[in-house]
Design a binder for this molecule. Sequence first.
Ligand code: MN
Length: 439
Amino acid sequence: MQLDETHDVSLRSWVDSANLPDSDFPIQNLPFGVFRRAGSVEPFRIGVAIGDQILDLAAVLKAGALGKGAVGPMRQALSASVLNDLMAAGPGLWSELRLLLSRALRLGSPQQSSWEGCLVAQSHAQFALPARIGDYTDFYTSIHHATAIGRMFRPDNPLLPNYKWMPIGYHGRSSSIGVSGQGFRRPVGQFAPSGALPPSIAPSSRLDYELELGVFIGAGNELGSPIPIDEADSHVFGLCLLNDWSARDLQGWEYQPLGPFLSKNFATTISPWIVTLEALKPYRVPWTRPSDDPAPLPYLDSPQMRSHGGLDILLEVWLSTEALRRLGAPALRLSRSNARYAYWNMAQMVAHHTINGCNLQPGDLLGSGTQSGPEEKEAGSLLELSKGGKTPIRLPNGEIRSFLEDGDTVIMRAWCERAGVARVGFGELVGSVAPALER
Ligand code: MN
């Protein structure tokens, strides 16, 4: 992968907090989000994270401080209240903008004096969904997750025969996607433990999270025109964290024959920042699979995809309970995994999604599926960590968890790091469970 001056590990910013070694948002990252000052009625606008600050792009434009770059399509895309127009603009304009931002935010840049007034502290910001999400599709790309879950639902037949031939997915629902900070009521639904009839209708007692990456589509494709695998990455604007909240009891009863429905569509939470594929370039890794597994069909395979189709992204889930917070105790890490374990990668998801001619549109969101690793402790859901409730997790204050309780807050984090390369982080995704509505 061709790196450029924006990836240079020695770059420093005049925003001091961006230069701290553990910052998620150094000058080599520059992720996009949508925000306004918390407690204000200002319009939401596009911002770029830099250290613990947000560069307010609307303010930069207003000050006429974007310089020669602020012409035509870029000005229009950046003055919007969602990222869809920028996403639609495609990789040429994304690169131009990244270079412009990188140069202006560097130590010693002539823009410092005019841009300093365009910063808002992230701690004083309220975030909104970064895009108008037309369609949301959730995949199932971790074979470790698919096998562990399959074993619980179908002990005799955990991995169905299609799994190794195509990235399995289902169409989710975009209306209930919220940005980090989302709270939602425990869903009520129908379930039949061990198939006992008649089924119950009650609040879910097996509420779970799923640790996923979200893939935001940039430029779309025409209906009827599949995206070839080697062009797939140029249709991806960037990645975020995604929590696909799941009610396992509802899921177990409803999922056959048409897949998940009400067990998944009551809430999905994403992180506020979208990390661009350009920022992630240094962390591309080869895509491989065991030699005795089938090679992908040609439309899902290519030398380019094999050489850097994977992504080396560390992923973590943390839990904070009401009781822990009362004690002033910190959140507890439940697991750590890595996106490189995925059996199917981002380019394969895009190529497969469109092979039938299905059109993707700017701002569409693809979930990666739960990113569990090969080891049990790398599981990306409670269903796996507690083995379906058989081995509850013991918290330091004596509480136990098989599934989520009311008042629980789930925190997800992700970042990339390697010696000699700038760290690139995703920030945090936070979501909380409120009690079910009284019925
Ligand atoms: Mn999922």
